[in-house]
Design a protein around this ligand. Structure first.
Ligand SMILES: Nc1nc(=O)c2c([nH]1)NC[C@@H]1CN(c3ccc(C(=O)N[C@@H](CCC(=O)O)C(=O)O)cc3)C=[N+]21
Length: 282
């Protein structure tokens, strides 16, 4: 058997078309497009590439973007100051602080400086809490994008065993909570998990979100399981070993062309929603 591929590029393209329409309406009514501010600290080449992709996708749907690039020597106080300024700037609707920031910067403090109504990337404690309680708010983009993709392929979740590998605050932990909210029976694994292979073998749905190339081996995949590879590692290598996983899974996301495009689609949709709310339209 060979898995059906979950085509994130194609699902994201439809989502972007809907966002483009929203953006056209917004621009006609408000007289300016929604604006996303992207903030990048340091000179990690992969982060530059991701931010460039996000900005070019903004341009494609008619969202304006403002790019702020800060040196690797930026202090926590400087970054917090900048984010507070963007939070108070009426010309900015959404703010994305690209993760990771240099090690000496307190990333949590920086995320918390983003005003909740502009947190289109869903990284603040307020957004996390809203997501965890099932209240309206902005989802963390990769987890939200993963759920959209599962829905686009009608993956049943109630009562199914979901195993999330990874527990980061903007990926593993929120995706585990979203799956729980959809009535999956969720196990969240991490570096201290004993017998990871045995846990993954139980999964009807596996979400790999650790950032370790090919950590999840294809032979761990239960035949017919749904495999979501949310890993982003250098060279477009995911967290799943795909050659074998593809032979065993029922559905699998490719890398590239799976979760990545969905992440960006959600970011832009949430930017359009933020702009509508900030302009009093929603
Ligand atoms: N605050 C924050 N929010 C994020 O959402 C965030 C972040 N920080 N830091 C880095 C990761 C990474 N990330 C990706 C988004 C899209 C692709 C994507 O679209 N990739 C293409 C491939 C691109 C290529 O060809 O290189 C694909 O998968 O098809 C990848 C990675 C968002 N991230």
């Amino acid at each position: 058997m060979s898995a059906l591929i979950m085509d994130g590029t194609s699902v994201a393209t439809s989502a972007l078309a809907e966002t483009a329409e929203r953006v056209r309406d917004f621009t006609a009514r408000v007289g300016r497009p929604p604006v996303l501010a992207t903030v990048l600290v340091g000179d990690d080449p992969a982060s530059h590439t991701y931010v460039r992709m996000k900005r070019s996708r903004c341009a494609r749907v008619g969202i304006g973007s403002r790019s702020v690039e800060l040196p690797a020597t930026t202090t926590t106080a400087e970054l917090v100051g900048l984010l507070a300024e963007l939070s108070g700037d009426p010309a900015v609707d959404g703010i994305l602080l690209q993760h990771p920031v240099p090690g000496h910067v307190d990333e949590r403090a920086a995320f918390e400086a983003i005003a909740p109504h502009k947190d289109v990337d869903g990284v603040t404690t307020r957004s996390f809490a809203a997501m965890a309680f099932g209240l309206p708010g902005f989802a963390s983009c990769t987890p939200g994008g993963i759920l959209r993709l599962l829905d686009a392929y009608d993956v049943p979740l109630p009562g199914r065993r979901a195993v999330v590998v990874g527990r980061s605050p903007i990926l593993g932990k929120p995706v585990a909570l979203l799956l729980l909210a959809r009535d999956a029976t969720v196990t969240c694994c991490h570096s201290k998990t004993a017998d990871l292979a045995e846990v993954v073998r139980e999964a009807d749905v596996v979400v790999a979100a650790v950032g370790r190339p090919e950590l999840v081996r294809g032979e761990w995949v239960k035949p017919g399981a749904v495999v979501v590879d949310a890993g982003y590692n250098p060279g477009n290598v995911g967290d799943v070993e795909h050659a074998t996983a593809r032979e065993r899974a029922g559905l699998i996301t490719p890398v590239p062309g799976g979760v990545g495009p969905m992440t960006i689609a959600l970011l832009l949709e949430q930017t359009a929603r933020a702009a509508e709310a900030n302009a009093g339209l929603a």
